[in-house]
Design a protein around this ligand. Structure first.
Ligand code: AMP
Ligand code: MG
Length: 520
């Protein structure tokens, strides 16, 4: 398909009310779901990477000479109506009013081979009516982080928006990464990402906060018809079941994050997908030393609101904000409260089953709770790499003695010399219980299950930084190599063993590895 003759469909803009002002300047927008927004053409668009699996499914020819121009928004498809979305959100616990797509512009929708809808969205293609103080652009650093992570999360089997293409723009952009007055000049880039829907909790919150009940209902009915068609025609009971499905999907995605040690780090309600997908990759990270209070987000260092251990409860807090916004769809609040009341047991059931899989138990039994609860303090006895520990556990057998266990577990410890005395005794005490628990289970089946649940390869921040530093010097091969490994995160890839080791010492206190910000 030639990109310059591409016809994108525009169900979203055809169906939902848009802003009557089509000029592009920062403002408060009312009574609209979206605003027409033309991308700003790039000076030297270059397509540097794409995801073949997805471009092929969409029938996109990335060798088309117009591809870079298309995927930076410099040339638009026929009859294109690019737009930015209006939404609000609770940021770090406070209502922040109108936010909206400040640096994202949707181009329209395409169907893949299976007739599934995908909205294509450019991140960093210039200012929009929602840019507020921002410039609407994105740099190589933040774009690579989004581009790589969405694919890594997808291949881990976790619902997420996808990456489609990565382009550089030729622009130079000023960024104050740690908000301390140290401005650096960085190279511009644009990720084109794709999703079934980019609608967030905050899309509903803004209409509720602006007393736009008609729009709230129009948007809810649109989302139900499009993305929850099995629920049938919208009405009070369907609204309740819809909210239940959002809650279940959100609980499931967050349980998956806990399973792989992923910390989103900016769980504001504007970053919560109505489909429960992972969306908006900023200062995320993967747990290295197990610590429930860990977050890589520098600006959240004192509150730790979005730390690893808080994620399940924050998801519920966010669901309460969504429920509040949806009240006008109901005659009473009880249907929403009833569903919210189900969250903890829904999450716990999902999580206990996942943890049982992580530990190779055939099925979860309530007595296992003690074994689970005793694991976390054990991992905290010394700096224990979350990913390596669980992966190595899969090769420990019930018969192994202390010495055999030691040689398998040592690669997980940041200070190997601390695995002695009381620390070692603590691990052995927990492992003995675990060995007893799995003794009667089929060894091969257990190992296979554990390896399918505990990834060997995750996108450690230092790996992302290696990819970024090479790309900033024009070499995208480091990024491609890492992404190739992360396509099969549960497989043993002997030639890629160096991607499955502890964070190296040089990265321990390096900005961009352990300390990140939302700087885009
Ligand atoms: P985030 O924390 O990345 O999800 O962004 C929060 C809000 O800030 C969203 O409304 C973004 O669109 C907006 N934003 C972030 N970076 C920029 C930027 N460079 N220019 C304009 N708006 C931005
Ligand atoms: Mg966001």
């Amino acid at each position: 398909m030639k990109l310059n003759s591409l016809e994108l469909c525009s169900d979203f803009t055809d169906t939902l009310p848009g802003d009557t002002d089509s000029k592009n300047y920062p403002r408060q927008v009312y009574k609209s779901v979206w605003s027409k927004t033309e991308p700003t053409p790039a000076s030297a668009p270059t397509l540097v990477s794409h995801i073949p699996e997805l471009t092929q499914a969409l029938g996109i020819d990335t060798t088309d000479p117009g591809a870079a121009s298309f995927f930076t928004g410099s040339t638009l498809a026929n009859n294109s109506l690019p737009y930015s979305m209006r939404y609000g959100g609770h940021q770090f616990g406070n209502w922040a009013g109108q936010l909206g797509d400040g640096r994202a512009i949707s181009l329209g929708e395409m169907l893949d081979h299976d007739k599934q809808h995908w909205t294509l969205q450019l991140k960093g293609a210039g200012p929009t009516p929602y840019s507020r103080q921002g410039d609407g652009y994105a740099v190589i650093r933040s774009s690579i982080r989004e581009y790589m992570c969405a694919e890594a999360v997808h291949h881990l089997g976790i619902p997420t928006t996808r990456s489609l293409t990565l382009c550089t723009t030729g622009e130079t952009i000023a960024r104050d990464v740690f908000y301390d007055g140290n401005v650096t000049m960085e190279q511009g880039a644009i990720v084109c990402r794709a999703a079934q829907s980019f609608i967030r909790f905050g899309n509903f919150e803004i209409h509720a906060a602006s007393d736009e009940t008609d729009l709230l209902k129009t948007l809810a009915d649109y989302v139900i018809r499009r993305d929850f068609p099995h629920l049938g025609a919208p009405g009070p009971e369907v609204y309740q079941q819809w909210f239940r499905e959002i809650l279940n999907a959100t609980a499931s995605t967050v349980a998956h994050w806990q399973r792989v040690g992923f910390v989103h780090a900016v769980m504001n309600t504007d970053n919560m997908s109505i489909l429960g997908h992972t969306i908006d990759y900023g200062p995320y990270g993967w747990l290295e030393e197990y610590d429930p209070r860990w977050t890589p987000n520098y600006v959240d260092n004192s509150m730790r609101r979005y730390s690893y251990g808080n994620q399940p409860e924050i998801a519920l807090w966010n669901l309460y904000r969504l429920a509040n916004a949806l009240i006008p769809l109901f005659d009473a609040t009880e249907p929403l409260e009833e569903v919210l009341g189900e969250y903890r047991s829904t999450f716990d059931d999902t999580w206990n089953n996942m943890l049982a899989n992580k530990l190779g138990l055939k099925n979860y039994q309530p007595e296992d709770k003690e074994l689970f609860d005793a694991l976390w303090p054990t991992l905290s006895l010394t700096g224990t790499d979350f990913t390596i520990f669980f992966r190595q556990l899969s090769i420990i057998t019930p018969e192994m003695d202390k010495a055999a266990v030691r040689s398998i577990l040592l690669p997980a410890f940041y200070k190997e010399e601390e695995y002695n005395g009381e620390v070692e005794a603590g691990f052995i005490s927990w492992l003995t219980r675990w060995q007893q628990r799995v003794r009667n289970e089929d060894a091969n089946a257990r190992k296979a299950k554990m390896q399918a649940t505990n990834p060997k390869y995750v996108l450690r921040n230092y790996l992302a930084l290696n990819a970024i530093e090479a790309a900033e010097n024009g070499d995208f091969s480091v990024m491609e190599k890492i992404m190739q490994v992360l396509r099969n995160p549960y497989d043993e890839q002997p030639e890629a063993d160096n991607y499955a080791v502890r964070r190296p010492d040089w990265a321990t206190s390096k900005p961009g590895c352990t300390m990140l910000t939302c700087s885009s």
